[in-house]
Write a protein that binds this ligand. Structure first.
Ligand code: NDP
Length: 294
């Protein structure tokens, strides 16, 4: 246990699941006086042994300090936990994963109860919390003055990235990045399925796959962003839509030869074909973004 540092601001934390517990330990280790509350009180016990104070109710926990951090399962659990608390004058930081609309709704709800509100999207798993070299961070959006007031305290568990005053934007950044990650997971699953029944060692194949995905990611992402910004999808095109779409039967035939379902490839290929059918063979793949917006 670390003695409380005189300069370390008091923190109230509601929610001691896997993530909340990891967050709590970092504030304790940094000497912040910490008040915790959890629906199942037993989860407070290890933290009390490490120096936290346990509040019997969420209302008492909120009353204990001006900075109230919430890390619960979902938006409904936040509503339930906070409904009988007095948020007047509080700085409420909600690290619970929600949709952007839920975050905006929660911001309006908190503001109507007299609180300043900041929403957060955690880009880390619990073992990365309190481990700066692991690279985890939290997107924040909402009240800029709240963020400025507490930036040092918020930076204790993980890096901070403020993405604007719209309280929905932290959640939107969070979900956008994770959605792209699932696309990568899908491609990886397909690639491993292709080699699964062959005498190709997955362990030997893995670095080839990782190296290729990494090499493709940066230029593809940067090019897409540039083209969406200029509206010109035909400049600096390396592999155009016409060529890439012409190649898709080879991917589908290879999947068939290997006895692998094309169900993860098909949706993206269908969008490429639709864009091509609109008459844009010399474009990059950026037009797919516009098809998704329709
Ligand atoms: P857990 O499932 O480990 O914990 C859930 C927490 O929510 C517990 O404290 C639980 O209390 C509480 N809870 C659930 N329902 C209610 C309710 N109705 N009223 C009051 N409290 C309730 O989840 P995590 O700690 O892992 O995740 C917390 C948040 O962090 C989530 O929004 C998650 O998406 C986000 N997050 C988690 C990551 C991870 O890898 N774990 C990564 C990034 C974000 P009780 O103990 O009583 O059940």
């Amino acid at each position: 246990m670390t003695a409380n540092s005189p300069s370390a601001a008091p923190v109230t934390l509601l929610g001691l699941g896997a993530m909340g517990t990891a967050l709590a330990r970092t504030w304790l280790a940094a000497g912040h006086p910490l008040t915790v509350w959890n629906r199942s009180a037993a989860r407070t016990e290890p933290l009390v042994a490490e120096g936290a104070k346990a509040a019997a109710t969420a209302a008492q926990a909120v009353a204990a300090g001006d900075l109230v951090i919430v890390c619960l399962l979902d938006d409904a659990s936040v509503e339930e936990a906070l409904k009988d608390t007095d948020l007047t004058g509080k700085d409420l930081v909600n690290l619970t994963t929600t949709t952007p609309a839920q975050a905006r709704g929660r911001a309006a709800w908190a503001t109507a109860r007299g609180a300043r509100y900041l929403d957060g999207g955690i880009m880390a798993v619990p073992p990365m919390i309190g481990v700066p070299e692991a690279g985890g961070y939290v997107f924040y959006s909402g009240a800029p003055d709240l963020f400025e007031t507490h930036e040092k305290t918020l930076a204790v568990p993980a890096g901070t990235r403020f993405v604007g005053a719209d309280p929905g934007h932290a959640a939107l950044h969070d979900v956008a990045l994770l959605s792209a990650m699932y696309g990568m997971f899908a491609g990886t699953a397909h690639a491993f399925a292709l080699i699964r029944e062959e005498s190709i060692d997955p362990i030997a194949f893995a670095p080839l796959l990782a190296e290729w995905i990494t090499a493709m990611a940066d230029p593809h992402i940067a090019q897409t962003a540039d083209q969406l910004t200029t509206g010109d999808y035909t400049t600096n095109v390396v592999s155009n839509l016409g060529m890439q779409t012409a190649g898709t039967p080879t991917f589908l035939a290879t999947a068939a030869e290997q006895g692998v379902s094309p169900e993860l490839l098909n949706p993206y290929f269908a969008l490429m074909r639709r864009r091509l059918a609109e008459g844009s063979p010399s474009e990059d793949l950026t037009g797919v973004v516009d098809l998704l917006r329709r």
